[in-house]
Design a protein around this ligand. Structure first.
Ligand SMILES: [Zn+2]
Length: 218
């Protein structure tokens, strides 16, 4: 059994993939990746002339959507998430190479079950915005992307529609991959420090103790 040096979970031989999706020690950066994608969708919505709000406060709801976009004639609530199709906790078939996007579809269905009715009760529509960690967009996410692109075109952005589509898709995919790279890089650094017995201390505390400007202690 291979155990994660950070959270001690059984990594089931998944190596760095464990860090990027299910390591409990990396949850702060997993949330950062989520927020980074959410802000990307928000930015494209604003650029297309749509009033939008990140994590809006709803008077009577405990489940707050990640983002609401006020498209013409439609208030769209979004829930952004990233799935790892290689994660063994997914139902069988999620990582079936002959049926790509299964993990994203399963996550999207869970989100719809949880939020769709609540959104309708508030007079809004709802869409999950699920990306797989290897780059696939769920079909609901692609529908949102098409709406963003349509807004940008109608707003008069001076680019060809195909170029706008490429910019939105690549922009969001880069945010997701950059977030994953940031998680894995940080986890590898932490794991190496742990194996070597290096303790990274706050520099202010070190100065207070009169230990000079060194960053590491053993
Ligand atoms: Zn872990």
């Amino acid at each position: 059994m291979n155990r994660c040096p950070l959270c001690h979970a059984d990594t089931a031989g998944r190596g760095s993939l464990h860090f990027a999706s299910s390591c409990k020690a990396m949850q702060r950066l997993v949330i950062w990746r989520h927020d980074h994608i959410n802000r990307g969708v928000y930015k494209f919505a604003l650029d297309g002339g749509n009033d939008s709000h990140l994590e809006p406060q709803l008077a009577s709801e405990s489940d707050v959507p990640d983002l609401v976009i006020h498209f013409p004639g439609e208030d769209l609530f979004l829930d952004v998430s990233v799935t790892d199709p290689s994660c063994p906790s997914y139902a069988q078939g999620a990582s079936d190479p002959n049926n790509p996007g299964n993990a994203a579809r399963q996550r999207a269905q869970l989100k719809e079950n949880r939020y769709l009715q609540k959104a309708r009760e508030l007079g809004a529509s709802f869409s999950p915005f699920v990306m797989e960690m290897f780059g696939a967009f769920d079909k609901n996410a692609m529908e949102v992307v098409k709406k963003l692109v349509s807004s940008l075109i109608q707003w008069g952005v001076p680019e060809q529609p195909s170029d706008i589509m490429r910019r939105v898709v690549c922009g969001l995919a880069i945010r997701m991959h950059w977030g994953t790279a940031k998680i894995v890089n940080e986890a590898m650094c932490r794991a190496q420090r742990k194996i070597l017995g290096i303790v990274l201390e706050d520099r202010r505390r070190q100065r207070t103790r009169g230990q000079g400007n060194g960053r590491f202690t053993r």
